[in-house]
Design a binder for this molecule. Sequence first.
Ligand code: FAD
Length: 291
Amino acid sequence: MDDCIVIGGGPAGLTSALYLARFLRSVTVFDAQEGRAGTIPKTHNVAPFPDGISGSDLLDRMRRHARQYGARLENATVSAVARQGDIFHVTTKDEMRTARTVIFATGVVNHRPPLSDAEHDFGLNRGLIRYCPICDAFEIRNKRIAVLGSGDHGLAEAEFIAPYSKSVTLIPPDGTVAVARRGIEGLPSAMSTMTLSESEAIVTLKSGERRAFDSLYVALGTTPRTALATGLGLHLGDRGCLNVDSRQKTLIPGVYAIGDVTDGLDQIAVAMGQAAVAATAIHNDLRGLVR
Ligand SMILES: Cc1cc2nc3c(=O)[nH]c(=O)nc-3n(C[C@H](O)[C@H](O)[C@H](O)COP(=O)(O)OP(=O)(O)OC[C@H]3O[C@@H](n4cnc5c(N)ncnc54)[C@H](O)[C@@H]3O)c2cc1C
């Protein structure tokens, strides 16, 4: 039996595994390797990498780091988590493992624009499609920037970006009308189609108008990966995330949640910080138990 099973091997899950391994705790990470961190072409706001680092390189280093201290990392999707007394049973296609504690580090799924997977990846890698202005608005200062989004969320994202460029355009994905305000152009017609060239994201509106941008931020929201947690009996917060206390504990004793799947700032630095807090809480909670 493990002291802890971590579900999800992104920045959150891998950092918790590193800490737990260094606390001499037995820890297994199951990771489906379909996370957001792995899609980052190059991040420039992770502190120890002044020249930037790709998400896949960052994850490779984090996996090596956690393994070095004895964490067990498995490339597998967890299909079920069940509790029997104080013990958790975690099931994948190939095995069933037990643990005293479980960490959900399952992340969220971005809602995507209407592009094929190949077009989407092409756009992401060239910086034509972006998801996170907190992460990379700095890199596209003074470019022609579009935000595909509606309601308060779309407007808030456009307002966040406005100081970075004089050309920020809010495009409604649906029947709503984007309103111009505070240096943001609001398009009066919803998007009909989107295409990508080598250097532009080109949006055709339902009115027939065609507009080209250097970068387009997708502000269509996310879906937290919470099915396993709700299956265990956890309730979701207002934004569909897992609720935790200041030590990353959920309402079920022995169950913790960290990273994007919790409600907060979806950033690598935050995911890592929450992981350190959760791992230390687990280590302290399990203190006295013989390994
Ligand atoms: C394009 C893009 C660029 C970004 N750029 C930056 C940036 O520059 N700086 C920054 O700080 N943040 C950035 N972010 C945000 C950052 O990626 C996330 O905040 C971070 O990845 C959160 O880490 P996480 O471990 O919570 O989730 P994730 O990285 O999403 O990892 C979750 C993992 O859990 C796994 N998983 C889920 N369910 C299961 C299951 N049932 N069984 C097994 N495994 C499972 C997934 O496959 C995945 O590997 C960016 C996001 C995107 C989309």
